[in-house]
Design a protein around this ligand. Structure first.
Ligand code: ZN
Length: 286
């Protein structure tokens, strides 16, 4: 089977140091968490940013830029900046969510469907999704299509079919996010069956579902995402001391199951991303 792309989602927008004291807040802490994960075998860092003092979710572009530059200065892992903008409200929110595309990361997350979270609506209206996909395509930024339920896969396939996403489409199957699709083996198989044959797909499982869901993905030939955004515990009752511990666990598991972690350059090849020799920035190969 192909090598496995390991994504480290090192902070997300929800967990705090009250939940786990190792959650990184400042751009420097977030970057160093990502670099530790690269050293442990992760090929992609999925990045949100926080207020360095309070840990509140932030959308400040200078924080994203600092994290990106610090990571790029230290390693060649791919950088995936979030466009979820869950902290943003108001008429400008849709546009603000897309400001990170201008930083030319290797990837940006692209949420194609709306979903109810327990405390709020995660709204991704069709018009915004089209604009977001086109913006990424024009900037040469690979979208990582996040799907929280089966209907989102249908929406994504429509987007791909209309030419808004370059081949191969790359999916993140988000399993067990309340109130998205529950993280069960049957549901993962069902989600995977909806995907086109040439799609690359990765799986995340929330909380205690992280380990079983990534194990299933490894068995089925998929890729995996781990990290504090999804889970804070290495095992029942034991908080992870770092994001890198999750990556180490994923690497051990992958190797036991006969799969080697993909390097950043192998990951670029698989995703159709090349490095622009002039700017040093990544761009989708088309
Ligand atoms: Zn995220």
């Amino acid at each position: 089977m192909d090598k496995v792309i390991i994504t480290a989602a090192v902070v997300g927008s929800r967990p705090t140091r009250a939940d786990n004291p190792a959650v990184p807040y400042s751009p420097a802490e977030i970057a160093s968490a990502a670099i530790e994960c690269a050293n442990a075998g992760a090929a992609i860092a999925h990045i949100h940013v926080r207020d360095p003092e309070t840990g509140e979710p932030s959308s400040r572009l200078d924080y994203f830029q600092e994290a990106l530059e610090r990571i790029r200065a230290q390693c060649d892992m791919l950088i995936n900046l979030t466009t979820s903008g869950l902290n943003l409200t108001g008429p400008e929110a849709g546009e603000q969510r897309l400001e990170v595309v201008g930083l030319r990361p290797d990837l940006c997350s692209l949420d194609v469907g709306s979903v109810n979270f327990p405390d709020r609506l995660f709204a991704n209206p069709p018009g915004w999704v089209d604009i977001a996909a086109r913006r990424m395509q024009a900037a040469g930024v690979k979208p990582e299509i996040e799907v929280f339920d089966t209907g989102h896969v249908s929406q994504a396939l429509d987007l791909v079919g209309r030419g808004f996403v370059d081949d191969p489409p790359y999916f993140q199957l988000c399993m067990g996010v309340r109130w998205g699709i529950p993280a069960t083996p049957e549901n993962l198989l069902f989600m995977r069956r909806q995907l086109p044959a040439d799609a690359l797909w990765s799986v995340l499982g929330v909380g205690r579902a992280q380990l079983p869901m990534i194990t299933m993905s490894l068995l089925l030939g998929g890729h995996v995402r781990v990290g504090f955004e999804d889970n804070l515990y290495l095992r029942k009752g034991v908080l992870a001391a770092s994001n890198a511990e999750f990556v180490e666990q994923a690497v051990r598991l992958a190797r036991e199951l006969g799969r080697e972690p993909a390097t950043p350059s192998e990951t670029r090849e698989m995703l159709g991303i090349r490095i622009d020799p002039i700017s040093g920035a990544a761009s989708a190969a088309g």
